[in-house]
Design a protein around this ligand. Structure first.
Ligand code: FRU
Length: 333
C-alpha cells in the first residue's frame, strides 16, 4: 500500500497546488495573487494557467475601441494558456456595471476594463478586488486606488501639448472651439485641464465649448451651433479624432472648412493620421490603446510576478509637416 500512499500523496500534493493556485482569488485584498517564493533563475513561474480573462469594453462604436479589442486579442492569441471573454457595454454604464458583476460571479481569473465613466464603475471594480480578482484598468480611470494596475497615456500632457501647439500655430491669439470628451470620464477632464493650462495668459479665446461625449454625430451637431453663432472661428480643438472629424463635416456642409483648422486626439493610422495626410485635419495626438500592454501585465499578475501599479504610455504628434516621417514624440515620451 506504500505505492498507494505514494500515489495518494502525489494526488494530495497536486490538489494542494491546484487549490493554492485556485485560492489566489480570495487571498489578497489588492487582487494580486499571493506572492510566490522567488523562482530560482531559469525556472518557470509558480502559476502556469490556463486562465480566463474577462474584458469589459465600454463601447465598440469608435474605431479606436475596435483597435483596443484587436490589440488585446492579438496579444492574447500568442498565449495558449489565455482565454479572453469580450463584453461590449454599448456605451451603457449600467450594462458595464452588470458585466463586471457577471465576471465576478463567473470567477474569471482577471478582469481588464476600459470604463465608460469613472464614478459609477468604481464600485464594481472595487468589488472584484475584494473578491480577490485582479483588475487592470485601461485608458479611462476609476476613482480611488482599488484596482491592480492602470495603463494609459498621460492625458494632461496630451492636452497641454495640444494647447502649446495651438498657441504656436495661431501666433499666440485666436478664436477657438473646444469640443470636449465625456466629462464624467477622466481623459475628457484631463485633456481639458491640460489644454486650459497651456493657453492661460495667451490671446487664445474659447468662444464655444460643449461636451460631445466622444461621439462624432454629437460633435457635428455642436459645431453646427458654433458655426451659426460665430462668423469667425480659427480652430477646433476636439478631445478625439471622431470629434474633430464631426466638426469638419459641419464646417464643410457650411462651406467654411477651409477657414478653420482642426486638431484632434487618437491618431489611428486609418483615422486621424489619414485625415492629416488628406489635409482634413491639421494635427492629431496619438493615444495608444494599451491593449498589448494589458496582456503583458495580465500574464505577470497571473503568474505571480511583480507587476507595476501604473504604466504611462508615450504619445506622438502628427502634423502636415511630420506625418510622412511618422510624427514626433511629445513631452519626452
Ligand atoms: C473612444 C474614445 C477615444 C478616446 C478615448 C478616451 O471611445 O473616445 O476616441 O481617445 O475613448 O477614453
Amino acid at each position: 500500500m506504500r505505492q498507494h500512499a505514494h500515489v495518494t500523496g502525489i494526488f494530495l500534493l497536486a490538489t494542494a497546488i491546484i487549490g493554492f493556485a485556485g485560492c489566489k482569488k480570495s487571498s489578497e485584498p489588492s487582487g494580486q495573487p499571493p506572492a510566490p517564493e522567488p523562482a530560482a533563475p531559469g525556472t518557470e513561474p509558480m502559476y502556469t494557467g490556463p486562465w480566463t480573462i474577462g474584458m469589459s469594453q465600454c463601447n465598440l462604436g469608435e474605431p479606436w475601441r475596435m483597435q483596443m479589442n484587436a490589440d488585446v486579442e492579438q496579444a492574447a492569441l500568442k498565449h495558449d494558456e489565455l482565454e479572453v471573454i469580450f463584453k461590449d457595454a454599448s456605451n451603457d454604464t449600467l450594462k458595464q456595471r452588470a458585466h463586471v458583476e457577471e465576471f465576478i460571479s463567473a470567477g474569471v481569473d482577471l478582469i481588464i476594463i476600459s470604463p465608460k465613466e469613472a464614478q459609477p464603475l468604481t464600485e464594481p471594480v472595487a468589488k472584484a478586488i475584494e473578491a480577490g480578482i485582479p483588475v487592470i484598468v485601461l485608458d479611462r480611470r476609476v476613482i480611488g486606488d482599488k484596482y491592480t494596475c492602470f495603463i494609459g497615456a498621460d492625458n494632461v500632457l496630451i492636452g497641454r501639448e495640444a494647447g502649446k501647439w495651438i498657441v504656436d500655430k495661431l501666433g499666440g491669439a485666436g478664436r477657438v472651439v473646444e469640443l470636449k470628451g465625456l466629462m464624467t470620464s477622466t481623459p475628457g477632464q484631463d485633456r481639458h485641464s491640460g489644454f486650459r493650462e497651456a493657453i492661460e495668459g495667451t490671446g487664445i479665446e474659447i468662444i464655444f465649448e460643449a461636451d460631445m461625449k466622444w461621439l462624432e454625430p454629437n460633435a457635428r451637431k455642436e459645431m453646427e451651433s458654433a458655426l451659426a453663432r460665430f462668423e469667425d472661428i480659427d480652430l477646433v480643438y476636439a478631445h478625439n479624432d471622431p470629434g474633430a472629424h464631426g466638426a469638419y463635416l459641419a464646417a464643410k456642409a457650411a462651406g467654411r472648412e477651409e477657414d478653420i483648422m482642426f486638431v484632434g486626439i487618437d491618431a489611428l493610422p486609418h483615422e486621424g493620421v489619414m485625415y492629416v495626410k488628406q489635409g482634413i485635419m491639421d494635427a492629431t495626438f496619438q493615444y495608444p490603446t494599451g491593449g498589448a500592454e494589458a496582456i503583458d501585465i495580465a500574464l505577470k499578475i497571473l503568474s505571480g510576478e511583480e507587476a507595476p501599479r501604473e504604466i504611462t504610455l508615450g504619445s506622438r504628434v502628427f502634423t502636415q509637416d511630420n506625418v510622412d516621417a511618422g510624427g514626433e514624440p511629445i513631452g519626452g515620451s
